[in-house]
Design a protein around this ligand. Structure first.
Ligand code: HEC
Length: 137
């Protein structure tokens, strides 16, 4: 009887430790896979707003446009190497300037997704600045 009394707090402590170390790990695993809504990119707010409106439908993980997101995926932007980012930035400015992005058919269907001249200038200036920064790295 004495032995059991002595053991009780030890067993309780062991169970507490087991529960305390196991539970948080389990709940973390359940919660972590999709912290995806609202991309956490380090872009200026106004740039982000334009990209979000005119580009994200086809160029993020959430997009159902497989061809679009395989070519350019803003959800994976932070994983791109600097050289890849520079290439994409160049293509982004070129494509919005010549009107090939966002896709013409898409803009016809969703006129609110079109880009103004100001939007295009904003994106191109940002793309140039961002490239310069990356080249300086
Ligand atoms: C309706 C879907 C759609 C929208 C909206 C869209 N794109 Fe695209 N984009 C595509 C597809 C599909 C491709 C793959 C090549 C092609 O079909 O022209 C692509 C390719 C690109 C490429 C070429 C990437 C490479 O390396 O070849 C760039 C850059 C690009 N898009 C930028 C943009 C930008 C910037 C916007 C917003 C201003 C935008 N796209 C909006 C569908 C879209």
């Amino acid at each position: 009887m004495k032995k059991i009394l002595w053991l009780t707090p030890v067993i309780v402590a062991m169970i507490t430790v087991a529960v305390a170390t196991n539970l948080p790990v389990k709940t973390n695993n359940q919660n972590s896979p999709t912290p995806q809504e609202g991309l956490n990119l380090d872009f200026p707010e106004d740039v982000m707003a334009v990209l979000e409106r005119s580009c994200f439908d086809c160029h993020t993980n959430e997009s159902s446009n497989f061809k679009g997101k395989s070519k350019l995926n803003f959800s994976k932007w932070d994983e791109y190497k600097s050289s890849k980012k520079i290439g994409k930035l160049d293509a982004i400015c070129e494509d919005v300037k010549d009107g090939s992005m966002p896709k013409k058919k898409y803009v016809k269907k969703h006129p609110d997704k079109s880009m103004s001249h100001e939007d295009i200038d904003l994106i191109c200036n940002w793309a140039a600045d961002e490239s310069k920064k990356l080249m300086g790295e």
